[in-house]
Write a protein that binds this ligand. Sequence first.
Ligand code: MUC
Ligand code: MG
Length: 367
Amino acid sequence: MKITEIETIPYAIPYTKPLRFASGEVHTAEHVLVRVHTDEGLTGVADAPPRPFTYGETQKSVTAVIEDLFAPQLMGLDVFARERIHALLHRTVGNPAAKSALDMALWDIAGQSCGRPVTELLGGHTDRMRVSHMLGFDTPQRVAEEAERIRATYGITVFKVKVGRHPVRADLDVCRALREILGEQVELYVDGNRGWTASEAATALRELDDLGLTLAEELCPADDVLGRRRLVRHCRVPFVADESATTPAEVTRSLLDGDATAISIKTARTGFTGSQRVLFQCEGLGAEVVMGNQIDGQLGTVCTVAFGAAHAASSRRAGELSNFLDMSDDLLTESLAIAGGTLAVPGGPGLGVAIDEDKLARYRQDH
Ligand code: MUC
Ligand code: MG
């Protein structure tokens, strides 16, 4: 089955509530919908969420690199020649969201062509994941109110708290308020998006020691080589590398060098093929993984839960699957529903979802 056309459709959907964190903030989902068409009439779809502050990609760069470089190289290739396709894509450095969207759209086609969900092709371990909700910067009272609302509405009891502000106290107060108001039954962990120095992070972890945090993510830059290693060595919970370890090679170096003891896997930046490489390496090296969220919409979230649920090691911890709740609208014909603190993988062939063409026409920005 041959690739005949690749569409890149920029679209913009506002957030009802912006997400603020140490390395940036997001007010509008300015993503690119990628559709791969074939000579057998099957079409694969995936979403590319550019994050300029982390990977340097923008909506325009994603569209341009696919249209100008990748699409001409991939035209006419067999959709199942994944290794050949990846060899071509990797002749260009960077551009993780653009490459990942192409990879996942091809898996969508593979699933459709054999009538099975992608999650089964990837591993078929389970059909759902527990959900972790991400809490952005705000006052202690407002963050706690949001967490209470999310727990009451969706049954979510795992929260990732964004930290990395100055003064450090602002974040410590938020974490303490969450524990006091939500009680011992919720799981809390923190993500600094490299906002603190290693010594600020060490002080913060000491101050939060009694809160029972379960993970600490990117509290300081991995480029602060010795400080970061010292921090990781003394951290009592798994220290997660997210944006500092975004390829299988970076993951290996990060774990072997002592820059991290766990890894965040994001399908938006390693697709399904690269995410499996990262996951299997982590298993081989004895490092835990978390399914992370690149501030995905519903289509991106479907990819994350499909991958996470497919393997024992990626479904063990709650996955970050709820950022889409703060979007004012989305593109899928059927909305995802989080209930009882879990999200089920859609059941149909491929990714099991369809794009609402009326909504796409409303939000697309290319005409
Ligand atoms: C996270 O885990 O860091 C913020 C930026 C991004 O790309 O992902 C988010 C969440
Ligand atoms: Mg992170």
